[in-house]
Design a protein around this ligand. Sequence first.
Ligand code: DHB
Length: 486
Amino acid sequence: ATILTVAGLGLAACSTPVVKHENTQPLDFAGQKYVDKTMQVGGQTIRYRAFENIVYVNNPVDAAHETINIYIPEAYFNGGSINGYTAQTAPIFLPNPIGGYMPAKAGVPGQGGFGPHKAGQIDAMQAALARGYVVASPGARGRTAATGKAPAAIIDLKAAVRYLRFNDAVMAGDAEKIISNGTSAGGALSVLLGATGNQADYEPYMQQLGAAPAKDHIFAVSAYCPISILDHADAAYEWQFNGVNNYQKMDASMLDYHAERKLVSGTLTKAQIQVSGRLKARFPAYVNSLNLRDPQGRRLRLNAQGNGSFKNYVASFLRQSAQGQLDAGKDLSDRNWLTLRNGKVRAVNFAAYARATGRQKTPPAFDALDLSSGENQLFGTATIDKQHFTAFSYQHRTDPQATLADPHTVQLMNPMPFIGPHTPPQHWRIRVGTADSDTSLAIAAILAAKLQNSGKRVDFALPWDVPHSGDYDLDELFDWIDQAVK
Ligand code: DHB
């Protein structure tokens, strides 16, 4: 081929663009400083290089949080292979450490805190390195900062993906094999990151931030207990918990799943019980509008009372989880919401399940009438700390001065409108513990059905008695990723 060198004309004349990578080029990974590290996993010593505190955008708004930590097994600098992967083929595990929609610093292997981290156990980042993954953990802006309101966190995560894709040629790991992972708010953002790959709606924000010129779709999504579909989560919560009038509530500052939770018990007031009923009544119309089907192709619907095939669908995952326990020889005779016969789960009483799990939020669970929720702060603006984000709560607001978030911003935080046959990630793994009442089980069930109906491979389950947490099944998680990649 003839190579035309046309000074000042950029790439226009060349069939093969020549991308130069120099240390001086912004957002270039080549030449980044690193520190050698080692860790012990199962008696083995794993060596890796730590490239930390890399700002992943050209115009950071919050440089303390818009950074990424990248960890690469030492073997990949010596032509070695781990778990069948090489520097060219290793997947990139992308765990975001976001909790509570709070600002998050880039994650560090061994710092734990993303699950029930016990002494002597390795965390997800360590497990990934031991399995031969490249690990890249991005920080992101969060709701307590004026600059961290929605959609800041998802913009940041997308920019981090662009950084990795932009540097694919000069960095170990395959940027076509990025697997996102997160828990709770971080789980919701992991889902959103997958759902919104390359979506034009986010482009103006990416430009403003000076994100690397690259695509931002990813290969696979892992999400634990995603606090997602926030604009319909109030109705979903009351669909599940209406009639449960006692609660164990946590302070909005406690939302972050990393933090130890202090619960305050109470009983719903008459007014709250009325709000619960009204919200519950709104849920069937939402579910029915989605036209979801189960894997057998049967419609998932709810009647005006909130009963129907969608409810049976949600209950079917509880049933599967319980059956797994029975098959493993566990005695579940103390669970009054299950009907058991001859070692089989015969029926699930969803209302009794909700009573047994317990209500943890007062209605409306997310868009609080007095703006007291973490999500109210998420939907604030640079100048207004907290706002409503649903028409219902705005109408019933206790503060006449309170304002409503702009609908476009609300939509940018909801993955549902973006999920379809052309949504890039083919592989999705969603887990919510049966003891989790931070949001309705309906939320994850809706995501799973929508993804499945869009032709994605979806692995959705409700692990038995697991509370609001993540990263508690690392062997299964990485087996699933290996299977998707290989
Ligand atoms: C988280 C938990 C919540 O209950 C919530 O509403 C938002 C976020 C969390 O643990 O990240």
